[in-house]
Design a protein around this ligand. Structure first.
Ligand code: NOJ
Length: 723
């Protein structure tokens, strides 16, 4: 029987506060109760704390209005979050919690390899696990929402942000984007260790002209649908809670004022019911981009195009009351935007549990499981680019190693950009990794030179170290500030001083093993001939030393492949595997006259200490109909002496179609372990509608009858789609 008090509470409790009410009813009920001012506040994000990102400097907000939508939380202190949250919940009229966002890009405190490296692992399950760990550390620090993953297909390595995405291929960005979203968001956004994902930078930001950041992108409708939108569509389908609109101007209509991409595609066609946040200052920048005369018009354009949240600009807060009064912004749009933001807050469980559970700082970060995953991902993302005459692994007879170069003892750059809470002290250097691995070997270290500049005074010591050793391991690379946001470079070669060091070392006659740690493909045209072996370790995060040492010693068999092509020279840019066919694809017609047109290393390149033989490619049937599913299979044998992991990449080509299609399109990949001497069968379930069709310039999928080819390794089989 109900008591009077219970009946009273039942009546008094608004639906939006009732945990058992349907989520959409809670959203509707709350929106109904809000004043215009309260609604507008929800559409704004401010910055809490000092922004340590030099590209995104903004005033620190000292006194936050209660009832604000979101904060970028430049702090790792959960108690501080709880205090801010308490103020919002207790002193705003309706007790709406704040959404705490932050750039958790490749880990929070446990820093994982940068995203381009993650993609080279071809192990999306592992990336999902790492993202889960990153979410756990974020939640325990007070973060509910990360501005990640970046799924911008990027084919110009001069653009510093190639480090933040999954490379040149749409399917790679789709697979790794989905894995990352699933890792962050878990089964359910309200699970204790889930955080909301934010797909960025919607859309085609990776096409920044000339690789210069923040620039114009000239995107044809065909390439928008074929190359740049598919990763977003897949991640939206996978449930990504939010998106960030890009800085770029898409063929004349900036991404942050683009009704077509933000509303017609995202909300109307894909039915996304979360929200879009503008990138930092992107709304105000509409003035610079020449589509708004002032802040007010910029706000109006961004909002009416479909940007629900203003990141830091304060424009929505400043002008929306007037814009509503002037009837330029309909109330229905404001309410829809507010509902989208509240929906994510409800899904995250913030209304029912707004505070972070405080656990001891020692249990928060760098847990053994998280560190082991970081090392595993680093190991699987290091690419063996070259290995002449089996220079690697280093024989266990190696008594003396010369470890040379500015990256050899580095702990700061090796963790990569976008690692705000990462600490150099947590990282393991290459030197430390080698010391652990080679207990009975003398390691003769010399720095040789700095990352840049003209000072050659360290060369002498480096040459002496080389002369006293059996082999030279030279560790070069980029500072972490050379990639990431606002880090474009006109050449992708390493600074001349680093190349000169290798030239000097080569003169000793000792074998040269080149180790590269960088955030973009490099121009290796001069370094490659000087090196007996090359290992690309990217920026592996905190746990790179031991995995690299394991690869050098042969304890670990490298298994990564490139997710992005390494051009021979900067002048070859753009070069990527899925180009369209030339009109004269023979006799080197149309090729460069002065250099080879072939890049140095194609997408998919990566060596191992064993050999894999692909055979017995089979297909269920060679002729099939549109709605039939077929299975392709290949047997891969490890013909060498050591166990390994092989990623099998399945491509399709469509030689004759209404439009000219890319020469090859990756449709599926799978990585499996194969023991020495054993064979493993890999399968590709072909769904014709998904895998053989193409999209036209309006996004319509078209599947045409005719011949297709399935490529795997060097094998190729023809299949025919019939009526
Ligand atoms: C600007 C960057 O473009 C974006 O990737 C990042 O998430 C925001 N700043 C917030 O820091």
């Amino acid at each position: 029987m109900l008591t009077i008090a219970a009946i009273h509470i039942g009546y008094a409790q608004p639906i939006y506060k009732n945990k058992t009410a349907a989520l959409e009813n809670r959203v509707k009920d709350l929106v109904k109760r809000m004043t215009l001012e309260e609604k507008i506040l929800q559409l704004n994000q401010f910055t809490f704390g000092i922004n340590s990102n030099p590209n995104n400097i903004g005033a620190e907000i000292k006194s936050l209005p209660p009832g604000i939508g979101s904060l970028i939380y430049f702090s790792a202190d959960p108690e501080q979050r709880n205090a801010i949250q308490r103020k919002a919940v207790d002193s705003s009229r309706l007790g709406i919690p704040i959404l705490f966002g932050f750039d958790v890009i490749h880990g929070f405190r446990t820093v994982y390899p940068i995203s381009i490296a993650q993609a080279c692992s071809f192990n999306s399950d592992l990336v999902k696990e790492n993202s889960k760990q990153a979410a756990r550390e974020s939640v325990l620090s007070g973060v509910d929402w990360t501005f990640s993953p970046m799924i911008d297909v990027a084919r110009d390595p001069r653009w510093g942000r190639v480090s933040e995405g999954y490379g040149e291929d749409p399917y790679m960005n789709e697979r790794f984007g989905v894995a990352t979203v699933q890792g962050y968001q878990g089964e359910n956004l309200s699970d204790s260790f889930s955080i909301a994902a934010c797909l960025k930078h919607y859309v085609a930001y990776g096409l920044s002209e000339g690789g210069r950041d923040y620039r114009f992108t000239d995107v044809s409708p065909q390439s928008l649908w074929e190359t740049y939108l598919p990763p977003y569509e897949a991640c939206v389908k996978a449930g990504a809670a939010t998106l960030m609109s890009g800085f770029n101007d898409i063929s004349g209509v900036p991404a942050t004022a683009n009704h077509y991409t933000l509303t017609q595609i995202l909300k109307q066609r894909w039915k996304h019911d979360g929200f879009v946040v503008a990138d930092w200052n992107a709304i105000e920048q509409l003035i610079n981009q020449g589509v708004a005369k002032d802040r007010k018009e910029a706000g109006l354009k961004a909002f009416m195009a479909g940007v629900e949240m203003d990141m830091k600009d304060g424009i929505y807060l400043e002008h929306f009351k007037t814009l509503v009064a002037e009837k330029k912004i309909p109330m229905a749009n404001i309410e829809d935007a507010v509902a989208r933001i509240l929906r994510i807050k409800f899904r995250l469980g913030l209304f029912d549990n707004p505070y972070t559970t405080i656990v001891d700082a020692k249990e928060r970060y760098l847990q053994p499981g998280a560190k082991a995953l970081a090392a595993k991902l680093a190991e699987e993302s290091m690419v063996l680019l070259k290995n002449n005459n089996n220079a690697l692994p280093l024989s266990n007879q190696t008594k003396r190693i010369a470890l040379i170069g500015p990256m050899a003892k580095d702990k700061d750059n090796i963790i990569g950009s976008w690692s705000f809470n990462g600490k150099a002290a947590d990282a393991e250097s290459i030197y430390e990794g080698l010391q652990k691995e080679y207990k009975n070997t003398t390691i003769n270290y010399a720095k040789g030179c700095a990352f840049d500049g003209a000072d050659e005074t360290g060369f002498e010591e480096a040459i002496a170290a080389a002369n006293q050793s059996d082999i030279i391991v030279v560790c070069l690379g980029e500072l972490k500030t050379w990639s990431g946001e606002n880090a474009s470079r006109s050449t992708i070669a390493l600074p001349a001083i680093q190349e000169k060091l290798v030239v000097a070392l080569k003169k000793t006659g000792k074998p040269v093993i080149l180790i590269l740690s960088n955030g973009r493909p490099l121009e290796l045209v001069r370094l490659e001939p000087l090196s007996d072996a090359i290992v690309e370790i990217w920026q592996p995060g905190i746990a790179g030393g031991t995995p690299l040492a394991g690869i050098l010693s042969g304890r670990i068999n490298p298994s990564a492949k490139l997710a992005i092509t390494f051009p021979l020279t900067t002048g070859q840019i753009p070069t990527y595997y899925n180009m369209r066919q030339s009109a004269r694809p023979f006799d080197k017609q149309g090729d460069y006259q002065d250099i080879s047109t072939e890049p140095l290393y194609w997408f998919g390149h990566g060596l191992s200490y064993t050999n894999y033989e692909y055979s017995n490619v089979k297909i269920g049937k060679n002729q099939f109909k549109k709605n039939e599913k077929i299975i392709a299979m290949v047997t891969v044998k490890n013909t060498g002496k050591v166990n390994g992991k092989e990623s099998v990449l399945w491509y399709i080509t469509d030689p004759v179609c209404s439009i000219s299609r890319p020469m090859k399109e990756l449709k599926y990949f799978e990585k499996k372990e194969i023991k020495a001497g054993e064979s493993v069968v890999y399968k590709f379930d072909i769904d014709p509608l998904r895998d053989l069709s193409y999209t036209d310039a309006t996004g319509k999928r078209i599947l045409q009858e005719g011949d297709y080819f399935i490529h795997v390794g060097k094998e190729k089989i023809k299949i025919e789609l019939v009526k």
